[in-house]
Design a binder for this molecule. Structure first.
Ligand code: F0G
Length: 398
């Protein structure tokens, strides 16, 4: 028997580690559970973290892979945590660190979840993978599928940046462009995954194995700082990165390595912000975002049309942590992109710049106080959506 299994987040029913997406009892979404006592008694967390091997796989006992499965890896993780330097004038009084996820092999944090998900596909003997994506998941899925020798099909909304589409094609992926939003691509990919018997890698909470890769972000932030930040600021679509990161901190709390948890902040672009809207209205449940999803931050534009419960799951984590959900406008995003590039030497993709814009907003509102330690996650590289930014600056049209 293995030290992990799947648990329904709605009714608590346990399932063996199989390629499942929904609870067989109630249809709720699944998450991976672990026998932490067994894991930490064999290998204390500190010893895992002290391994000299680079990247996410030094934490493999806390990832949902069988002990005899070879990871599908391109050297993901181990990204720099950089103290903010010349942006300091705008962030008076607190210490800001930037976790630069654009240093991953496909230039975005998605290499963490996709390395784990493709390893899971390999361990289950699957030969095909499918996903819906606003771009980054699709690029990472394509690269890791190529590495593993699996066939990959990606469904993208028509507004996805050309740079991401070309990268997917270069890895040999079958690309399907869908009219409409990310949620329309979600529906198309779900049907196709079912038809093909393919592993669905879509970055919502659909694939419980993928979500686990995001925990490694927390382990690395702690390894770099040797303390827990007061705030962690993360751009969110449906929110698995935010929840995964929080789960990583909760595991370190359980292991006795840390003694408190960070406040988690989820950031969305105001043009498509279902989680922010629910947070600000004091609601317990997220509703789908109807109407336009137009924003320069196309990577995180997820209206959650048929799966609003995924947003509710993220909202619950934000609330439990004492954090916040923050909306930022496109002009703020463009201004912060320039500031990050010109003052810090980091060219970030528009969706990921939202984290820095949110730091400013939280600082302005007095939520972040002097002396506090803040980590903003720069989730992807600006080279992946240069054309969108240039066109907008020239014409004002998204
Ligand atoms: N930042 C970037 C650059 C992203 O591309 C995404 C999500 C997120 C943050 C949010 O992460 O999904 O864990 O809430 N991109 C997905 C994709 C939707 O298909 O690439 P999340």
């Amino acid at each position: 028997m293995y030290d992990f299994w799947l648990t329904c987040t709605r009714c608590g029913t346990g399932h063996p580690a199989l390629p499942l997406y929904r609870c067989r009892a109630c249809g709720g979404s699944l998450e991976v559970s672990y026998d932490y006592k067994a894991i930490f008694s064999r290998l204390p967390f500190e010893r895992m973290a002290a391994r000299t091997s680079p990247g996410i796989w030094k934490y493999r006992e806390l990832l949902p892979v069988f002990p005899d499965t070879d990871p599908v890896t391109l050297g993901e993780g181990g990204t720099p945590l950089l103290p903010s330097g010349r942006m300091g004038s705008t962030t008076g009084g607190f210490r800001l660190y930037l976790k630069n996820e654009s240093a991953n092999p496909t230039l975005a944090f998605k290499d963490r979840p996709l390395s784990v998900a493709l390893t899971a596909a390999r361990q289950f003997g699957l030969t095909e993978v499918v996903c819906a994506s606003t771009g980054n998941t699709g690029v990472a899925a394509s690269a890791y599928a190529a590495r593993a020798g699996l066939r990959c099909t990606v469904y993208v909304p028509a507004a996805a940046p050309a740079e991401k589409l070309e990268a997917m094609k270069a890895y040999g992926t079958v690309l399907e462009t869908v009219t409409g939003s990310f949620s329309d691509a979600y529906a198309a990919s779900a049907g196709e995954a079912l038809r093909l018997g393919a592993f669905n890698l879509t970055s919502t909470y659909l694939n419980p194995y993928a979500v686990e890769g995001n925990k490694t972000l927390a382990y690395e932030i702690f390894a770099s700082l040797q303390t827990v930040p007061d705030w962690i600021i993360i751009p969110v679509g449906a929110g698995p990165l935010l929840s995964g990161c929080y789960k990583g901190f909760r595991e370190m709390l359980l292991a006795g390595v840390i003694d408190r948890l960070p406040r988690m902040v989820g950031v969305q672009a105001s043009g498509c912000a279902p989680i922010v809207r629910a947070f600000q209205a004091g609601e317990q449940e997220v509703r789908p975002w109807s109407g336009s999803t137009a924003t320069l931050a196309s990577g995180i534009a997820d209206p959650l049309s048929t799966y609003p419960e995924d947003g509710t799951r993220t909202l619950a984590v934000i609330r439990e942590s004492g954090g916040a959900a923050v909306g930022v406008s496109d002009p703020e995003i463009l201004r912060c992109r320039r500031m990050l590039a010109e003052r810090e030497g980091i060219l970030a993709e528009l969706s990921s710049v939202t984290a820095v814009a949110a730091v400013e907003a939280l600082c302005g509102s007095g939520a972040i106080r002097a002396g506090e330690l803040v980590t903003a996650v720069v989730t992807g590289h600006g080279i992946k959506d240069m054309t969108a930014a240039i066109n907008f600056e020239k014409t004002g049209v998204e």
